[in-house]
Design a protein around this ligand. Sequence first.
Ligand code: NAD
Length: 423
Amino acid sequence: MKTISHFIDGKIYSDSKSRKGPIFNPAIGEQIAEVELGTKATVEKAIESSSKAFITWSKTTPINRARILSKYKDLLIKNMEELAVMVSEQHGKTIADAKGSIQRGIEVVEYATGITDSLKGDHSTSVGTNVDSHTLRQPLGVCAGITPFNFPAMVPMWMYPVSIACGNTFVLKPSEKDPSCPMRLAEIAIEAGLPAGVLNVVNGDKEAVDTLLENKTVQAISFVGSTPIAEYVYHTGTKNNKRVQALGGAKNHMVIMPDADVNKTTDAIIGSAFGSAGERCMAISVAVCVGKQTKEKIKTKLLEETAKLNVGPYTDEKSDFGPLNNKAHFEKVLGYIDTGEKEGAKLLSDGRNFKKQGYENGYFVGPTIFDDVKPEMKIYKEEIFGPVLSMMTTETYEEALKLVNDHELGNGAAVFTKSGNIA
Ligand code: NAD
């Protein structure tokens, strides 16, 4: 069985004695590889490598750093197909979705190539008698990124391109569920001319994360993942005097006004609620219809369109969305659907018994729609992170807006209307 190790100091580094985690192809529900779960010693090796690389990299001129990133961008585009298959095989999303996410990541690399202008300092004269003041922007040192399973290429690329463009070096700890693409991203960076150690990848779980959070050399941490772990990373990292940004989970609402275009609205719900099997932090998981008539129109069209969706593996070009990423998450999503029924929400479309011929062991859940969802229900309060949409109805726009604003996990909101007359 293939073993995925770590990428340290410009090459693959293996610690064969470490604990291992399984990597699955979620479409077939079978283990296809294993990943080494980095020990404290392995993570420290990566940090030390990045610390050494910082000495030269921080002195490399911004324009030379940008040139390497520009070549990196070109190589990422060239390797798009291979990267997309890596994402789809281990995450489960369709190839089109995988490519879209890699493209978003490449755009960050492209942005980072223009960072030179933002690195300029400032000069103020006479801030006191005979006193002028200079400000300059300096890199921090070794930075680290800890990323989730749902975007194994894009979320890491939110982080390290900007960090290294600014002259920092970076240790990435991607999700242990789909680590192949992040490893390849680091390899391609070397091909683009990035010096060894500027970008290291350590695979692992809590032990690796805790080592990054506690190590004195690491200056700053970016985290993206679930809310409880985001809170843990934020508190532990800041307690250890690091700069920390930590993004957590989400429950995004779409507010549908009585004048909204039914076809366009339905199309948007389908894409945002069920695309990537709902495993997106910006997925719309709640549709709030203003007025009973609005709800009836949307519901009818939504059920009609949902019935046409193709759920299947990434290898089938016709698939609209694929399986959930892993068995534990699959069971959790099924559990939420059971709970919704018990709580009294009306199940309009039930994805629980969905089976794809030839992929009976895959972690597929069909598109699921609940109506009459109430704010006190668990399926409303918590992030489900699956292809499950909750429908709610309010009398007024103000009531709908209150729902959006009161939700603890509100990450973003969309309002569908033709008039645009909303305050
Ligand atoms: P997760 O929190 O389980 O894992 C994220 C990272 O934390 C992984 O690298 C994992 O190895 C590590 N980790 C897990 N448990 C840990 C522990 N006990 N101690 C230390 N580290 C630990 O998240 P996930 O399931 O991989 O990703 C899905 C979540 O990410 C969803 O909640 C989704 O909304 C969120 N997300 C948010 C955004 C955003 O921009 N806000 C973007 C993408 C995903």
